[in-house]
Each structure stands twice: as structure tokens, then as C-alpha cells.
Design a protein around this ligand. Structure first.
Ligand code: SFD
Ligand code: AMP
Length: 621
């Protein structure tokens, strides 16, 4: 067996992940733990200040209610999220995040994040719920505050340690295991409670960017479904596993569109010039009542564009030049003021991408695109699994104690597994939290996890470490034992390399589970065949081979992706209707069925079997 040192760390609360939710959890838990003589430990697979979805920065904060300022009511946000998810959302969770989110944003500002303000000092709104920021260093600012809180309390942060999976003591979480990505070290973390916030899942489906563009995606390619795998493997109930998110993005470099639609008030058109949201408006009646609300749900906005593409009217375009011209129109007649306005609009257009998707700015430059002169191509991307944006997948967690909700079993944001908490992309049915809401939810969950520990203050048993270590390092052994059998170690019948494993997974998902190549369509028969192929892929995961530490990480990332994939396909198969056209289409059940399927679909993996069930949607307010 590979000769790696074993490092054992014993703590009270283990925070897995170092993104927005984990940063929130660290700030809050460090305070409450220190006060109560407990210890917190944080583990991130990357460098904490530049890790996760906000690594590159962001140009907007997408959830700011302005509740204390009388700008919006919490109930309006709850209604907005439920409608955007075609009726399927947990109002209690959305409410809980909404009531705490503004204070996270105020903390960001206090810690140094520049938020745009108008001449009266009011935050500049991108849309009703979003505010604009100069956010290139957003993650650095938020992570440093978390680091300071942890340092002040004398708590440790482990960077560049990849968490593979949970360690259980019966039905209670007992810790996690993983390995160093820069050192030959196997880690065992023993904890009384675990907060799993290792982001969403990217590259489960074949991306549009393949070959020379491989690795480019809208969401970070290094978020590989670790949270989903961790919670599923611990036996936690999962929800909304069918609600993938398909963002429409500027084509090929995946630049976000929110600023263009909301701040610049741009139109999106087909090649023939028609604005699909206007031309195809009648289609929305088929998806009533959700198709008739404002804003029109994200999946339906996607769907109308997809119908144009299917009708041969692609490519689709963002009319950037027209939008900029419209905004500058009021200044026509005063040459100096007009030029100044045009310059500031151009700056805003470029900054939007330079703040969060640098490669889109590079692609514009490479393709001679001047947003004020020409329109720019947009397209629906491959599917992503993220519970924090406009998808819904994640763990099923307990609602807050002080809210009258049927979904409650003890500690807020605890999964159905004792002592295992989650937030951000890790929790389901509570979409539209984004960066700010993930942080607020993390703060709440961190505090609740400390409360759990105070009530259950015993160290669970951790056994079987040698077996776990052997299994974790096995891909290195498999490769070492067989790589000399062939002249090219890339081609070898004794193992499957991580890249080959990932390509096989992505091909299955693309062709059977409604990826880009299938026009986002699938069916019962396709899902069933996809599950057969996934079962064989899972069998072959026993034969994963890794030539070095780097490939070992890739092996386990892909292993985690497969579990997210399976939960997804099983849930699509179980739900016999189409509810989110524009995200996926069950071609054999093409209509929405409110009478039978206005429910959550939850699943859990227990004793080697998947259990699927319907859970009623109970709105509050
Ligand atoms: O424009 C392991 N997001 C946006 N949110 C906004 O508020 N405004 C925007 O402008 C947003 N847009 C946007 C966004 C994201 C991206 C990539 C782009 C544009 C280009 C969404 C938010 O970023 C998102 O909601 C939150 O970041 C979610 O927070 P969280 O904590 O659930 O996930 P994370 O931040 O990605 O952190 C994950 C962490 O886990 C680590 N990790 N650690 C140990 N072991 C493992 N196995 C691990 N696997 C992962 C990661 O390193 C990271 O620290 S726009 O498109 O709408
Ligand atoms: P995006 O850049 O697509 O991630 O969107 C950023 C924010 O703007 C999110 O809150 C979206 O829900 C919202 N948004 C994007 N496009 C639209 C639109 N056409 N109408 C309403 N809201 C939108």
C-alpha cells in the first residue's frame, strides 16, 4: 500500500469546505465555540482566500432584501423563490435566509467590500433583489474575516486537504476523511458535529467546452459534488435532485447575463431578430400559474429561447449595443455628456466580466467584440447542480425552530443525519440564496451546530481507519501494480484513469439524462438505460487508477460526481411529469401535472438501496 503518513485531528465542530457558506459558519461558530470552550476546525481543498465559486470574484450580490430599509418584504422574496422554482420550494428555509441575509451584506461592507452607491448613498440595485459591487476581491475579503475569527479563537484551518467522505458512528456523524493535495498525508478528522459545505457539482454532464476549451465552465470545475456525495454517503435524505440549473450565458466563455438583462435592460433575440420572450409569450400559458408571474421563472425564460433554437432560428444574441444606445439616449444633444455616459457604460460592461468571469472579457477582445457596437452570442449551458442559485438540489434540512413549519426535527439546517449540517449549494429546496444567502445560511447553521454539540457533548467512536485509508489510496496501488504492463500507461486494461472515467460519466449523462447533445430531453426508457450504464461505471470505480497525488484527487472527485449523477437520474425517473422545461424535458410526460406532482421528491441511500418518496409542499404566509 502507498506509504502515507496518517494524521488524526480531534475537534468539536468540523467545517468541510471554505466557500461562502463555510466562511459564514466559521465566523459564527468560532464565536460561539470559543465562548463555550469548544473547538472548531476548517478544511478546504484549496487556498481559502481564493477558493470556491467566488474565487474569481463577482460583480453583484444577488440576494439583498433591504428589509430594515423598507425596500422589500420578506414574504415577497418567499413568493418570488417559490414561483421561480415552479411551486417547489421550502418557504421556511427561504424565509430564514432572507431574514438574515442583509446582515451578512452589511458585514461584507464593514470588512471592506466596495458596494456601488448612488448620489444619496443608497445601494445601486441591479434588479429588485440584486445590488452591484466591485467584487474582484470579494472572496478574499469574506475569507479573511473568517480566518481572523478562527485565528482569534486559536482554531486551525487546513488548506489543500481534499475531503473524500464521512465517518459514521451508527446513525451519528463522527467525522470525515481525506488527504493532502500537496503532501503524502491521509487525514482523519474526528468531530462531534460536521458542517458539510463543499459546494455544488460541475462536469457531471459533458460541457459545451470540450477539447481545447476543456475546463472552462460557468461554475467552478473543481466543485465536484463533494457535498452531495458526503451527505448521501452519510445516509442523509436529499431533495430536489432533479432540479438541475441550466444557466443561459454568453457563449463559450460563460459570462453571466444578469447585469445585461437587469441593469442594462437588454433584449435577447434570435438570429432573425425576434425577441423570443415577446414572440413566444403565448407558450407561457401552458405553464400557468408559474408562466404568468413576473419575473418569469428562469427555466421558462430558457425554454422560450430553446424553442427558437430548435426551430432553426439560432444563434441567440444579447443585444448589447442596442441596450447601451438606449441608456445613453437621454444624453444625446449634449456631446460631452453623451461621450461621458457612453464611456461609463462601456466601463461597466467590461467590469462586469473582469470582476467575475475574466475569460469572457478575453474572448470579447479576441473576437473583436465591442459591446457598444455589436451584439454578442448567448446559449443555454450544460446542467449544473447547485442549491444556491436557480437550481434546487441538495440535502433536506431541518427548518428553524421558531418558525411554524412541518419540516423540523431539532436543530436548524441539520440534515436527517444526527450532527451533520449543511448550507449553500449543499442544501436543497431553498434556491436564490447566492453568495450572500449562502454566507447567512452558513452563519445560522454554524451556530446551530454548536448548539447541537452542547446538547450532545460526547466524542463519537471512530473505527476502521486502516480499511478507510486502504480504500482511499487504492487507486495509487492499482496504478503502481499494473502501469508497466503496457508500453503506454494511458492504455491499460487493469485500470481506468480519472479522465477516462469522467468522459464516460459525461457521455452517459449527456446522452441519457438530457444533456446538451439530447436537447435537454430524456424519458423513462432513457433514464433506465442510463442507470444500467451508471451501475457498470460504479462497478469500475473499484478499478480507478491514479499515477500520482493529483490524479488521486481527480479519481475521488469523479467518484463523487457519479453519486450526484445517480441521484439525479433516479429522481427524474421517479417524477412522471415535466415541470421545469428549459432545465429538462421528460419527453414521454411532456406536461406539468399539478394534481399529482406538486410535491418535493426526496431520496436517500440506505443499506445499499435507494429510497424515493413524495413530500407535500406546505407554503407559509
Ligand atoms: O452572476 C472542498 N454566484 C453568484 N452569487 C451572487 O451573489 N452574485 C453573482 O453575481 C453570482 N453569479 C455567479 C456566481 C458563481 C459563479 C461561479 C459565477 C457567477 C461565475 C453564486 C455564488 O458564488 C454561490 O451561490 C456561492 O458561492 C455558494 O456558496 P458555497 O459555500 O455553497 O460554495 P462555494 O463558495 O463554491 O465553496 C465551496 C468550497 O468547498 C471547497 N471544496 N473542500 C474540501 N474537500 C472537498 N472535497 C471540497 N470540494 C470543494 C472549495 O474549495 C470551496 O472552498 S451570477 O452568475 O449570478
Ligand atoms: P445570472 O447572471 O443569470 O446568474 O443572474 C443574476 C441575477 O439576475 C439572478 O438573481 C437571476 O435570477 C436574475 N436574472 C437574470 N436574468 C433575469 C431576467 N431576464 N429576469 C429577471 N431576473 C433575471
Amino acid at each position: 500500500m502507498a506509504n502515507w503518513e496518517t494524521v488524526e485531528v480531534t475537534t468539536d465542530l468540523l467545517i468541510c469546505g471554505g466557500g461562502m457558506a463555510a466562511s459564514g459558519a466559521a465566523v459564527e461558530a468560532a464565536y460561539w465555540a470559543k465562548k463555550n470552550g469548544l473547538k472548531v476546525t476548517l478544511v478546504d481543498k484549496a487556498a481559502f482566500t481564493r477558493s470556491g465559486a467566488v474565487a474569481m470574484g463577482l460583480s453583484a450580490i444577488n440576494e439583498y432584501i433591504g428589509y430594515g430599509k423598507g425596500e422589500n418584504q420578506l414574504q415577497d422574496y418567499i413568493n418570488y423563490v417559490r414561483q421561480d422554482l415552479m411551486g417547489i420550494a421550502r418557504d421556511d428555509l427561504v424565509f430564514n435566509i432572507a431574514r438574515h441575509v442583509d446582515s451578512s451584506v452589511h458585514l461584507f461592507e464593514k470588512w471592506g467590500l466596495p458596494i456601488w452607491t448612488d448620489e444619496n448613498g443608497k445601494y445601486v440595485r441591479e434588479g429588485r433583489w440584486q445590488i452591484m459591487i466591485n467584487g474582484e476581491s470579494y472572496k478574499v475579503i469574506v475569507a479573511e474575516a473568517a480566518k481572523n475569527a478562527m485565528d482569534k479563537a486559536g482554531f486551525e484551518i487546513y488548506e489543500r486537504v481534499f475531503i473524500v467522505g464521512p465517518i459514521m458512528d451508527g446513525d451519528r456523524i463522527a467525522g470525515a476523511y481525506g488527504f493532502g493535495t500537496r503532501e503524502d498525508k491521509f487525514y482523519v478528522f474526528k468531530a462531534k458535529a460536521v458542517f458539510a459545505a463543499m459546494g455544488g457539482a460541475v462536469h457531471v454532464f459533458r460541457p459545451r467546452s470540450v477539447g481545447e476549451g476543456m475546463g472552462r465552465s460557468w461554475y467552478p470545475p473543481f466543485n465536484s459534488g463533494s457535498t452531495a456525495y458526503f451527505t448521501i454517503a452519510a445516509g442523509a435524505e436529499m431533495t430536489c435532485q432533479e432540479i438541475r440549473f441550466i444557466p443561459v450565458r454568453f457563449k463559450d466563455a460563460y459570462g453571466p447575463v444578469g447585469a445585461w438583462f437587469l441593469l442594462f435592460k437588454s433584449r435577447a433575440t434570435s438570429a432573425t431578430g425576434g425577441e423570443y420572450m415577446a414572440v413566444r409569450k403565448a407558450e407561457l400559458n401552458n405553464w400557468a400559474p408559474y408562466g404568468l408571474v413576473k419575473p418569469i421563472p428562469a427555466n421558462l425564460r430558457n425554454y422560450l429561447g430553446m424553442l427558437d433554437v430548435e426551430a432553426g432560428m439560432g444563434p441567440l444574441y444579447m443585444e448589447t449595443a442596442e441596450a447601451i444606445a438606449n441608456l445613453a439616449k437621454a444624453f444625446e444633444g449634449d456631446e460631452k455628456a453623451f461621450k461621458k455616459k457612453m464611456k461609463s457604460l462601456e466601463n461597466e460592461a467590461w467590469e462586469d466580466f473582469l470582476d467575475m468571469t475574466v475569460s469572457q472579457a478575453i474572448l470579447w477582445a479576441a473576437n473583436n467584440i465591442y459591446p457598444e457596437k455589436s451584439r454578442s452570442e448567448i446559449a443555454a449551458c450544460e446542467p449544473y447542480f447547485i442549491g444556491s442559485h436557480s437550481g434546487g438540489s441538495g440535502a433536506w434540512v431541518s427548518g428553524p425552530e421558531d418558525v411554524n413549519t412541518p419540516y423540523k426535527w431539532g436543530y436548524g439546517n441539520m440534515t436527517t443525519v444526527k450532527g451533520l449540517f449543511s448550507a449553500g449549494d449543499g442544501t436543497g429546496a431553498s434556491s436564490h440564496k447566492f453568495s450572500s444567502g449562502s454566507h447567512a445560511e452558513g452563519r445560522f447553521a454554524g451556530k446551530e451546530a454548536v448548539r447541537f454539540i452542547l446538547d450532545n457533548n460526547s466524542q463519537p467512536n471512530v473505527g476502521g481507519i486502516d480499511e478507510i485509508k486502504a480504500k482511499c489510496l487504492k487507486p495509487l496501488d492499482t496504478y503502481a501494480a499494473a502501469s508497466k504492463f503496457t508500453t503506454d500507461p494511458m492504455i491499460n486494461p487493469n485500470y481506468i484513469l480519472p479522465m477516462q472515467f469522467m468522459f464516460r460519466l459525461q457521455k452517459i449523462m449527456d446522452e441519457y439524462a438530457g444533456g446538451v447533445i439530447s436537447g435537454f430531453k430524456t424519458s423513462k426508457a432513457l433514464c433506465e438505460r442510463g442507470l444500467e450504464l451508471l451501475a457498470m461505471l460504479k462497478e469500475d470505480s473499484e478499478k480507478m487508477g491514479a499515477k500520482d497525488r493529483y490524479e488521486l484527487e481527480r479519481c475521488w472527485e469523479n467518484f463523487q460526481r457519479v453519486w450526484q449523477a445517480e441521484a439525479h437520474v433516479r429522481t427524474i425517473l421517479f417524477r412522471e411529469e415535466t415541470r421545469w422545461p428549459g432545465y429538462y424535458f421528460r419527453a414521454d410526460c411532456p406536461k406539468m401535472d399539478e394534481a399529482n406532482w406538486k410535491v418535493f421528491v426526496n431520496c436517500a441511500y440506505k443499506n445499499g438501496q435507494w429510497e424515493m418518496k413524495k413530500v407535500p409542499v406546505v407554503p407559509i404566509g
